[in-house]
Design a binder for this molecule. Structure first.
Ligand code: OAD
Length: 252
């Protein structure tokens, strides 16, 4: 008998039971959920931060210094992501949302794949690469043009546009953060999917829900992380396999 599979099935049915008995569930996703769609993750052997320096490409200072370089990098990422499709992990979360109306989906991802899968209203806490923001008038616009004109200019005021994402050293939108903490402080179950938990504040969400709401916190990740010992259950596997199995186990 395959012991690992047996252990996983037990863990999966335990998670499914917890979710089934809950009305308030928060799901936090990271780059790992999009990995099976072909989106590169950030850390690990094939991660973007192995080949690129975040300081050169994903900070406000980098954009000030060399907006052409930063836009070229974002244009490359947009062209890479544009043809990609959501995978069974994204679709399983859409199904989960139908079964648990009080589910809140929070993602660190900027790839737009949760929306593409049909998730109702994912909270994109790090923004999205499919939106641009004017440095002058601060207006935001949806923009899916690939390749994008470098340097893109605002239709309203001709100011320089930047990707509407959160860069290192920038604060997250306070209203969005407040909303997320409100859900965490009421959560019965938190599912943390495909994140290395290296970037704050998302890295603390599981523990915030545990301390403030006594939430049952589950980690789904291809590998163990530094936070795995802190959670109630940590299941190792691909999000695109684990999430559909959890949803199947919950049933219609
Ligand atoms: P990371 O690249 O740091 O971590 C990805 C995690 O996903 C790792 O723990 C992998 O083990 C796991 N993983 C990979 N493939 C998987 C799969 N198929 N199924 C399940 N797990 C898998 O990405 P994030 O944690 O999302 O921030 O990174 C957080 C933030 O750091 C990003 O939002 C970005 C980055 O710098 C900003 O740009 C502000």
């Amino acid at each position: 008998m395959d012991t690992k599979l047996t252990v996983d099935i037990e863990a999966i049915s335990q998670v499914a039971e917890r979710i089934k008995a809950s009305t308030r569930v928060v799901v936090l996703t990271g780059a790992g959920i999009s990995q099976e769609s072909g989106v590169p993750t950030f850390r690990g052997a094939d991660g973007l931060w192995q080949s690129f320096r975040a300081e050169d490409l994903a900070t406000p200072e980098a954009f000030q210094r060399d907006p052409v370089l930063v836009w070229q990098w974002y244009d490359w990422r947009r062209s890479l992501i544009k043809p990609l499709e959501p995978n069974p992990g994204h679709y399983a979360l859409v199904e989960l949302e139908k079964r648990i109306p009080g589910l809140t989906l929070v993602t660190q991802n900027v790839d737009g794949l949760h929306r593409a899968a049909g998730s109702r209203d994912p909270i994109e806490m790090h923004g999205t690469i499919w939106r641009v923001r004017c440095l002058e008038c601060k207006n935001t616009f949806e923009n899916r043009t690939v390749p994008i004109t470098i340097l893109p200019k605002c239709e309203a005021c001709d100011g320089l546009l930047r990707p509407d994402v959160v860069w290192f050293g920038e604060s997250l939108n306070e209203e969005i953060l407040h909303t997320i903490y409100t859900y965490l402080q009421k959560a019965q179950v938190v599912l943390i999917v495909g994140t290395s938990a290296m970037v704050q504040p998302a890295a603390s969400f599981g523990m915030v829900a545990k301390r403030t709401a006594g939430a049952f916190v589950v980690e789904l990740n291809r590998s163990r992380t530094h936070q795995s010992p802190l959670f109630d259950i940590s299941i190792q596997g691909n999000a695109g396999e684990l999430l559909p199995r959890i949803v199947d186990c919950i049933g219609p």
